[in-house]
Design a protein around this ligand. Structure first.
Ligand code: ATP
Ligand code: MG
Length: 396
């Protein structure tokens, strides 16, 4: 690729109206600037439904392209050549942009949002197309061209690009407020967290461990998962909450088949306490209907009732195979399948109940002093901060 000095950024504008659109664009602009800052950019400008990133001469171009792929809210982006807004300047910039690139077929695709430009899109396509054809000997193919030459005419300039790179889609982090995600080191909850992050929600992670009954490895796996997810979020906070004491209170009054349900209820109570502390408005879990005993409808109902915040379950209806594919794509799969002990299998011999009796659950539940146990657990939690770039660690 030639050494580009600008990148054009496109986002989906549909469904963005009025004040929302302004919030979306400002946030996206800030997020792009933050993600690219260490790699030598000069500015991120908002121009009529698109943004232009200008690079410094010594910018790390590959790092910039890699980082942009992880910024939610971007539909696609492309390295561009900029031309003055007249057909002669556009023509010579197109030829320069193509350089000695060889191709068999092509088309020119012009978009004009500056209506004062004297030629319409079709006319620009025709003039530039004829020129490229004469110079390259390639044929015009409007349906399956090997190369598409995009020309965008806006404000007082024209952008030329041939390589569109898919963005992460979704909405910019921070436009949707905060949620607390219950993160195990399993396959599902990292994917669930990712899907909600992608909707513009800043995620605070909470993990419950039963050290020393469970090994340090599962804690470390969770930290590795958070640093991968943080690549999309920029800054993250992880609560590592000791669960053993609470669990032992539960096992002292709850028969084995009901323990997992009680553990889950306890987890929701603790997660909600963290949510209140940070003014988060929802909880997120990786629950998937009927995947395991604790996720049958009767059990989900019995678990759900202790939370007053909405519980988002973005994987509720997914097939395991889809979840695994997504986990591989994000990069958490390898860590999630590393061996670890799960705190929920502690003190749970035999078969867990799949159809919890709600009255029974409530009766057992009433024998436990949840308020005190939740408070104690959260107060003794270890809180870890994650930053995408080292040098930000001090300044936040
Ligand atoms: P996962 O793959 O996310 O572990 P799972 O299919 O193993 O999910 P469960 O173990 O029943 O299902 O857990 C259901 C959900 O409860 C998880 O997706 C997660 O959101 C939450 N959860 C379970 N264990 C923990 C834990 N130790 N710490 C935090 N959250 C947990
Ligand atoms: Mg699990």
């Amino acid at each position: 690729m030639h050494d580009f000095d600008q990148i054009i950024i496109h986002y989906h504008e549909v469904a963005l109206k009025g004040g929302n659109r302004d919030l979306f664009e400002k946030r996206l602009q800030r997020n792009i600037a933050a993600f690219l800052r260490p790699y030598g950019i000069h500015s991120v400008m908002r121009l009529r439904g698109r943004m232009i990133v200008s690079l410094n001469p010594h910018a790390n171009r590959q790092a910039i392209l890699d980082a942009l792929r992880r910024v939610f809210g971007i539909a696609y982006f492309a390295p561009i050549s900029l031309a003055e807004q007249n057909i002669e300047a556009i023509r010579s910039r197109v030829m320069e942009h193509l350089g000695d690139h060889r191709f068999e077929s092509f088309k020119v695709d012009t978009r004009r949002s500056q209506k004062a430009f004297p030629m319409n899109s079709m006319e620009v396509n025709r003039v530039i197309g004829a020129e490229v054809q004469a110079a390259s000997g390639a044929r015009v193919d409007l349906t399956h061209p090997e190369l598409t030459i995009n020309i965008e005419i806006f404000d007082n300039q024209a952008a030329i690009f041939t390589e569109k790179i898919a963005g992460a889609g979704g909405l910019p982090i921070g436009t949707g407020g905060r949620a607390v995600s219950l993160l195990s080191s399993g396959i599902d909850s990292p994917v669930a967290s990712f899907k909600i992050m992608k909707r513009g929600i800043q995620i605070i992670f909470v993990h419950f461990h039963s050290v020393p009954y469970t090994s340090m490895a599962s804690k470390e796996n969770v930290e590795r998962i958070v640093s991968i997810l943080n690549q999309y979020q920029y800054r993250s906070r992880l609560y590592l909450v000791p669960f053993l004491d609470y669990q032992q209170h539960i096992t002292s009054v709850v028969p084995a088949p009901y323990r997992v349900i009680m553990y889950r209820r306890a987890m929701l109570r603790m997660a909600e306490a963290v949510a209140h502390r940070h003014k988060a408005l929802a909880l997120v879990t990786g629950e998937n209907v009927a995947q395991v005993a604790s996720q049958t409808l009767p059990n989900l109902r019995a678990i759900n009732e202790v939370a007053s915040l909405p519980i988002l379950r973005p994987l509720a209806g997914d097939d395991k195979i889809e979840i695994i594919e997504k986990a591989r794509e994000i990069g958490t799969f390898e860590i999630s399948t590393a061996p670890y002990e799960d705190c929920c299998s502690l003190f749970v011999p035999g078969n867990p109940e799949t159809r919890a009796n709600l009255n029974m659950v409530r009766r057992l539940d009433a024998q436990i002093d949840h308020e005190t146990l939740v408070k104690k657990a959260i107060e003794s939690a270890e809180v870890k901060e994650f930053r995408l770039y080292e040098e930000d660690a001090e300044t936040v």
